[in-house]
Every structure is written in structure tokens, then in C-alpha cells.
Design a protein around this ligand. Structure first.
Ligand code: PRX
Length: 690
């Protein structure tokens, strides 16, 4: 048995949850105890790990906190800089009381992240190493690119973009599924200093248009269609609608470069606008396979990625080049204990931050072999993931709890009929992983052999913030364990006072880290208000968190009006705005409810216009409205008819009450006497099953 557990938590040091207390945890000296849930890495694993003990972690973490400039500049020196950064490694102001929020890392350093991902690796002799194993939706459809080939493909696209007027600092929107062309497109933009804005290809035309209008690209990169599982999705039609919409809103996109995905459709079946639309394959191959790098400052923008907030339209999170580069590379390396022989697969789509930092940049900065999967993880059957793991000998597998939970519902034989011997590290991201899913992932998928890195982070943080280092820590299922190097999480109470030791509260971060986002595109004020004003002096994550007596961090979910559906962030306000666009909807209020597979589901209370009767058809058309406005992934799971909504006398909707009704915790409604009309609560309860 490669696992060792401790007999009881009393074997661990008790008292305030400071990391240093884990000093006393000596690997391998303990016995089993289920309820205490301490899962140790095996001696074999720790023995080969980059960080092999809590002590080593603590020394490194201490150094990163005592002297962040030295810690990060040592790491940064391993990358290629055309010119080294200035005397100051970083400068920051995270305190709104002291002036505008600003974060800079490696300012004055001149580099290029595409160069560091590709050219540097090719020059180091990795040219023939596989960079991408691409696995198509259908069984038996695959392709691969070595680092040299990937570099050539990237250069051809970069040359095309340059030739068509894209310059340093210009935004390029990418609306592609998980074809190899997606990471190629990101890297090509980075090579020429253009700022990519990848929009997840599950967003609707309206959402895409909204993002186009915000960042005003002249070029959009897409494909005509894609197959996902048994379905064909006509992406070009969505792009056409989005481009029509955005030109009505005053932003016209000059070029729509369209990859001809013959596996999903034909050119003849693709609607075409001459002059604007260009077939990718018709032009790209004519361009040279080498392309000069555009050298940029460490603080020049690398990409924009829109994410949902609790109010208003999606926010354009802006990341810059140098700090993000060093941070994604380093977090990838340590959190997955990366070795050059690893084959790495992250199931996330590049349309989300996970795909940016841990499909493309982090792994490629380390010269890793990356699996890129186009399809759905349960197609043609629930064993597909393990089929892919065996096919490519995947050793690091990084996914989301929602996928774990959905696969867990099927027979274990879908897993166990595959060898999975190559696996050595598992990873989880997107939401707290419930202990039963953790155990299934660990015991069944990983054969009780592979540590799980439960990585807590956000679009805004650029990279992992709280994460196990798999060889260092005994794990507790469901805890993201301890902060990464250079990260100082703090838990504060509602007044913003830091709480020490064992506690629960709001998760903030003190001080900056290289991968932090620098602003919200075009709205620095919103950046300050959302993240730095709620608790002055800190970055506020929007998450609740507790710390146990051993110092382990346990994330407890969003504390704002953001719902986490299958690891995707959805603002309640966005869903409400979509619903009220329906001609028969007078008002809507949306809350999150527990969902067995998705983590959270979307529960919408809808008030119809006077005299409109409830009907199943109307329910469907309301759901369709949200699908069309945002995307299928944001479709409400439940529409609850609401003759009225519980409001205070000043008109504020009391979501606390709605949450209780949605989760049928009717005995916990609390005080309803402050409502303008307390009788609406009874009406809502009466309609709960209609
Ligand atoms: O609530 C946290 C949850 O996902 C949010 C960030 O969402 P997004 O920016 O879309 O990025 C997702 C991928 C990094 C966080 O505020 N979250 C993410 N990872 C975890 C998590 N909650 C608990 N444990 C995690 N490992």
C-alpha cells in the first residue's frame, strides 16, 4: 500500500493554522484513519518530486515572501529576455487609500512569450519533441505537431496577421473550438505583440458581439463548424450574426479568417461574405514559416479574457506579458511536479483561463507535450478520457470536479477497463471538489497512487494561488492545501480585519504576485471598485474560505452574486438581463442551487406580464432566450413562476429568501416581516412545483 495516513489529527501540531506548524508532519510515520482524511504521497513519489517535503516547501515559501524580488528574478532569469528588466523587479500599490492600484513586474524587461514557448525550446534541442497531440472528436481522428512544426505554423499565421495590418497592441478576437489552430492563433498573436481575446466557442452571437464591441478587433479567427460529441455546431453562422450585430453597434470587423473544418461541414454549406471572409487554408500556406518576433515590454498586454461579475456586463480581464509568463511557467512546473518526460492533458477549453495558462502557456513554456482534445469527454462513451490517457500515455491529467462527478455516475468499469498506468499526477480546478468526488478520482482513476493537485485560482490571478505541491504535502480531500510561492492569502471578517488561525471568512490576498491581472480593459475604476475597495489594502477574490487548525485552506464558494456552473462563472445579473428581454417577462431573479453534477445550477424566479398565463412553452422560450443571449451553458435548470418577488420596502430583492425557497429549506426562511409584501413568500411556496 503506497498510502499512509495518520491515526488522528492530534498527531499533527495543533493551534493557530500557521503553515510552519506542519513542520512537525513527518512523512510516512503514521497509520490509517478515514475520518481524518490525511492522504500522504508515497515515498516513491516524494522521493522523485521537485518539492519533496513540507520543510522544503516552507523554506521556498519563506524565501519567496522574505525576498520576492530575488525569488522571482532568479526564476525569470531562466527565460529569454532580449533585455533585462530594470533595477526594480516589481512595484505595486494594492491600497486604494494610497492612490491608484498598480502592479508591475519586470518592467523594462524586453521579451516575447511565444519566443519563450517555441523558439527557445527548439533552440534547446526540443525541435523534434511532440508539442501537441491533437485528438479529434471521433475515435481514430488525430494529429500531432512537434515543437518545430508548431513554430512554423505559428509563424505562418503571424505573418498573415502582420501582412493584414495587425500591429503590436491591436486586439484579435479568436472564436475557435479545440482545434490545434486555437493555441496556434494565441501564440501567433503573442509573437507579433497583438492582444488576443479568446471567446469560448460556446458563447452565443450576442455575447460574442458584446466582446467584439468592447475590444474592437479588425480580425476575427474562427472555423466554419465543429463536431462535439454527436452534435455539429455551425460556428461561422454564430460569428456572422455577431458581426452583423457588432457593425450595427459601430464596430465592423474587416477580416473573418475561417478555418475549413472538413470533419464537420463543407465549404459549400458555409455562408460567405466576400471581401470579409477568408479561408484559412487558402492563404496561410503561402506565408513563410519563419517570422521575426515583436519584442515587447514585460508590462505590454498579452491578452484579454472576459469573465462574469456580480453586476453589469462581463469584465475584460487584462494580463500582461512578463509576470504572467514567469508565473504560469512556475506554477505549472511545481503544482504538477512536471518532468520533461511527462505527457500532460488538461481537459479545459482555451476559451477559459485554464486553457490559456495551462493548455497553452504554462506547459509550453516548460517544453511539455500537451494533449489537445476537441471532443466531449463522454463521447462515444464514458471511457473516452481513459482511452485518451492510454493512447498518449498521459502522466498528468488536469480536469474539473464536474467531469469527475459526471463520470463517477457511470460504472467504474469504464475506467478500470483501461490501464491508466502512465498516470502519476491528477489535478482539479474550477470549484471546490467534494470529498466523495476526490476519493473516486483518487482511488478509481488514480488507483490510489496519484496525488491530486486541487488548484484554487481565478481568471484574475493568472495562475495557481492555493495548491498542493504533490510530493510535499499530505492532502485532505477537498482542501486546496497551501499557498503557492509568493502568495500570501489572508482571511478577513466582514469589516476587513485579518483573522488568524482556525477561522472562516472572506478570502483576500496581500501583496501582488507576478501573474496578477493589471486592470479591467477600459475600466480601471471598476477594477479598483470590484477587487480592491471591498477590503482596503487587499485583493478580494469574491470567495469564502476557511482555514483549519493545521493551516489548510478550504474554499467554500462565491460570496457574491456569481454562480459557478460546471466551473464556469455566470453572473446572476447577466441571466436576469437575458430573461427580461423576453417580451412576456416582467421581472426575474436568479439564484444558484446545489446541483449533483454541475456543482451549482441556475434557478430563475420569473414574473410574467400581467395576464400572461404560465405554460410549458413559455418556460422553454425563456430558457431559449438565455441560451441565445449568453450560451447553452448558462441555460436555467429551473424556472419558478413568481407572481411577485420578495422585496424590501426600498425595493431590494431579498435573495436570501429566494435561495431558501429554491433549495426548499422552507423552515429556514428567517424573518420575512421586513418585506414590503410578506404574502409573496407564500405565493412562491405554493408555486414551487408548478
Ligand atoms: O470560486 C472560485 C472557483 O472558481 C472561481 C474562478 O473562476 P474563473 O475565473 O472562471 O476561473 C476558473 C478556473 C481557475 C473562483 O473564484 N474555483 C476555481 N478553482 C477552485 C475554485 N473553488 C474551489 N476550489 C478550486 N480549486
Amino acid at each position: 500500500n503506497s498510502l499512509r495516513h495518520v491515526e488522528s489529527m492530534s498527531q499533527l501540531p495543533s493551534g493557530a493554522g500557521k503553515i510552519s506548524q506542519l513542520n512537525a508532519v513527518v512523512l510516512g510515520e503514521s497509520l490509517a484513519s478515514e475520518e481524518n482524511d490525511l492522504v500522504f504521497p508515497s515515498k516513491e513519489f516524494s522521493g522523485q518530486a521537485l518539492v519533496s517535503s513540507p520543510q522544503q516547501y516552507m523554506e521556498m515559501h519563506k524565501r519567496s515572501m522574505d525576498d520576492p524580488a530575488a525569488f522571482w528574478s532568479d526564476i525569470a532569469s531562466e527565460f529569454y529576455w532580449k533585455q533585462k528588466w530594470g533595477d526594480q523587479v516589481f512595484s505595486e500599490n494594492l491600497d486604494v487609500r494610497k492612490g491608484p492600484i498598480s502592479i508591475e513586474w519586470f518592467k523594462g524587461g524586453i521579451t516575447n512569450i511565444c519566443y519563450n514557448c517555441l523558439d527557445k525550446n527548439v533552440e534547446a534541442g526540443l525541435g523534434d519533441k511532440t508539442a501537441i497531440h491533437w485528438e479529434g472528436n471521433e475515435l481514430g481522428v488525430d494529429a500531432s505537431l512537434t515543437y518545430s512544426e508548431l513554430l512554423q505554423r505559428v509563424c505562418q499565421l503571424a505573418n498573415y496577421l502582420k501582412d493584414n495590418g495587425v500591429k503590436k497592441g491591436d486586439a484579435v478576437v479568436i472564436y475557435l473550438p479545440m482545434l490545434m489552430e486555437l493555441p496556434i492563433a494565441m501564440l501567433a498573436c503573442a509573437r507579433i505583440g497583438a492582444v488576443h481575446s479568446v471567446v469560448f466557442a460556446g458563447f452565443s452571437a450576442d455575447s460574442l458581439a458584446q466582446r467584439i464591441v468592447d475590444c474592437k478587433p479588425n480580425v476575427i479567427l474562427t472555423c466554419n463548424a465543429v463536431k462535439r460529441g454527436p452534435k455539429t455546431i455551425n460556428l461561422k453562422a454564430i460569428v456572422d450574426a455577431a458581426l452583423d450585430q457588432s457593425s450595427k453597434d459601430g464596430v465592423s470587423v474587416g477580416i473573418c479568417l475561417t478555418y475549413d473544418n472538413s470533419l464537420a461541414t463543407t465549404r459549400e454549406n458555409t455562408k460567405w461574405q466576400n471581401g470579409r471572409d477568408v479561408w484559412w487554408q487558402d492563404v496561410i500556406s503561402q506565408y513563410p514559416t519563419s517570422c521575426e518576433v515583436e519584442w515587447v515590454d514585460a508590462e505590454d498586454p498579452l491578452f484579454l479574457l472576459y469573465t462574469s461579475g456580480s453586476t453589469g456586463k462581463p469584465k475584460g480581464v487584462l494580463h500582461t506579458t512578463g509576470g504572467y509568463m514567469i508565473y504560469t511557467a512556475t506554477t505549472f512546473k511545481y503544482a504538477f511536479d512536471y518532468k520533461s518526460t511527462d505527457v500532460y492533458w488538461c481537459t479545459a477549453d482555451c476559451g477559459w483561463i485554464t486553457g490559456h495558462s495551462y493548455v497553452t502557456y504554462g506547459p509550453m513554456l516548460n517544453g511539455a507535450t500537451v494533449v489537445v482534445f476537441e471532443g466531449a469527454p463522454n463521447y462515444p462513451d464514458p471511457g473516452r478520457c481513459w482511452d485518451i490517457v492510454d493512447k498518449y500515455k498521459v502522466s498528468i491529467f488536469y480536469t474539473a470536479p464536474t467531469l469527475v462527478r459526471s463520470l463517477m455516475r457511470d460504472d467504474d468499469k469504464f475506467v478500470t477497463r483501461h490501464s491508466r498506468k502512465s498516470l502519476r499526477v491528477l489535478g482539479s480546478v474550477g470549484e471546490p471538489i467534494n470529498p466523495s468526488a476526490w476519493r473516486w478520482f483518487f482511488n478509481v482513476v488514480g488507483d490510489s497512487r496519484c496525488p491530486i493537485s486541487d488548484t484554487w485560482w481565478q481568471t484574475e490571478t493568472g495562475g495557481f494561488m492555493i495548491t498542493p505541491l504533490p510530493g510535499a504535502w499530505p492532502q485532505k480531500p477537498g482542501s486546496a492545501t497551501f499557498p503557492f510561492f509568493g502568495v500570501q492569502p489572508v482571511i478577513v471578517d466582514e469589516k476587513g480585519n485579518e483573522i488568524e488561525g482556525e477561522c472562516s471568512g472572506y478570502l483576500c490576498v496581500k501583496g501582488s504576485w507576478p501573474g496578477a491581472f493589471r486592470t479591467l480593459f477600459g475600466d480601471h475604476e471598476r477594477y479598483e471598485t470590484t477587487y480592491f475597495k471591498p477590503f482596503a489594502g487587499y485583493y478580494f477574490s469574491g470567495d469564502g474560505c476557511s482555514r483549519d487548525k493545521d493551516g489548510y485552506y478550504w474554499l467554500t464558494g462565491r460570496v457574491d452574486d456569481v454562480i459557478n456552473v460546471s466551473g464556469h462563472r455566470i453572473g446572476t445579473a447577466e441571466v436576469e438581463s437575458a430573461l427580461v428581454l423576453h417580451p412576456q417577462c416582467a421581472e426575474a431573479a436568479v439564484v444558484g442551487i446545489e446541483h449533483e453534477v454541475k456543482g451549482q445550477g441556475i434557478y430563475a424566479f420569473v414574473t410574467l406580464l400581467e395576464g400572461v398565463p404560465y405554460s410549458e412553452e413559455l418556460r422553454k422560450s425563456l430558457v431559449l432566450m438565455v441560451r441565445n443571449q449568453i450560451g447553452a451553458f448558462a441555460a436555467p435548470d429551473r424556472i419558478h413562476w413568481a407572481p411577485g418577488l420578495p422585496k424590501t420596502r426600498s425595493g431590494k430583492i431579498m435573495r436570501r429568501i429566494l435561495r431558501k425557497i429554491a433549495s426548499r429549506q422552507l423552515e429556514e426562511l428567517g424573518d420575512t416581516s421586513t418585506l414590503a409584501d410578506p404574502s409573496v413568500v407564500d405565493q412562491l411556496i405554493a408555486l414551487a412545483d408548478v
